[in-house]
Design a protein around this ligand. Structure first.
Ligand SMILES: Nc1ncnc2c1ncn2[C@@H]1O[C@H](COP(=O)(O)OP(=O)(O)OP(=O)(O)O)[C@@H](O)[C@H]1O
Ligand SMILES: [Mg+2]
Length: 182
């Protein structure tokens, strides 16, 4: 996987598989601390301590179609390659929080990629789930919530093609503007 946005898509898909109804994705870029943090919080079925410990092991998976699970292991690898780490905190029935850190300026830090596309793909697939997305970069931030958008849309469904293309455009613009300002 070339871009962190694809890792984020993968991690959010884990949350969907775990039955999450709310998924929060936060990206923080702190240029002063030279630190990039990605956090994904969900309210899915969670994991016990044993599962959480094994979750980054590429041979651990609860899926039945293929005997290896790569998502978390690959994210851990990407974080470590950029002088960072991956923390997982979870409890059974209490959802899960994943925090990946990266040295922002590290040569091996993968680019963020297209977050507008990642969020749009998630909403397209699961318009029934609430997604919150926040991206902070040196004092500038963007915030997006499907719940808020739904309340503005009224009867128009979230996965209406026009709504989706609005979301993609809006997020693309906002991403450009926080990159530009800092
Ligand atoms: N958000 C989550 N909530 C509960 N359990 C999770 C969550 N994310 C991962 N897990 C558990 O950790 C295991 C490993 O996840 P990982 O993404 O590495 O592999 P996978 O999802 O099984 O396979 P792949 O991502 O390759 O399709 C999962 O099978 C699941 O049991
Ligand atoms: Mg996975």
């Amino acid at each position: 996987m070339e871009d962190l946005s694809l890792h984020i898509l993968d991690i959010a898909e884990n949350s969907l598989n775990a039955g999450a109804r709310h998924i929060g994705i936060t990206i923080r870029e702190d240029l002063g601390k030279d630190l990039l943090t990605i956090e994904v919080v969900d309210d899915g079925r969670g994991m016990d301590e044993h599962e959480a410990q094994r979750a980054t092991d590429p041979f651990y998976t609860t899926r039945t179609t293929r005997r290896v699970g790569l998502g978390l292991g690959l994210l851990l690898q990407a974080a470590r390659a950029a002088n960072g780490n991956l923390d997982i905190s979870a409890a059974p029935g209490e959802g899960m929080t994943i925090r990946a850190t990266f040295q922002l300026s590290h040569l091996d830090r993968k680019p963020l990629g297209n977050m507008a596309e990642t969020i749009t793909v998630l909403i397209t697939g699961r318009p029934d789930v609430d997604f919150t997305y926040r991206h902070e970069r040196n004092g500038w931030s963007l915030w997006f919530s499907t719940q808020e958008l739904k309340s503005r849309l009224g009867d128009v469904p979230l996965n209406d093609p026009e709504t989706l293309s609005f979301v993609r455009q809006y997020l693309t613009q906002e991403e450009q503007s926080i990159q530009h300002h800092s």
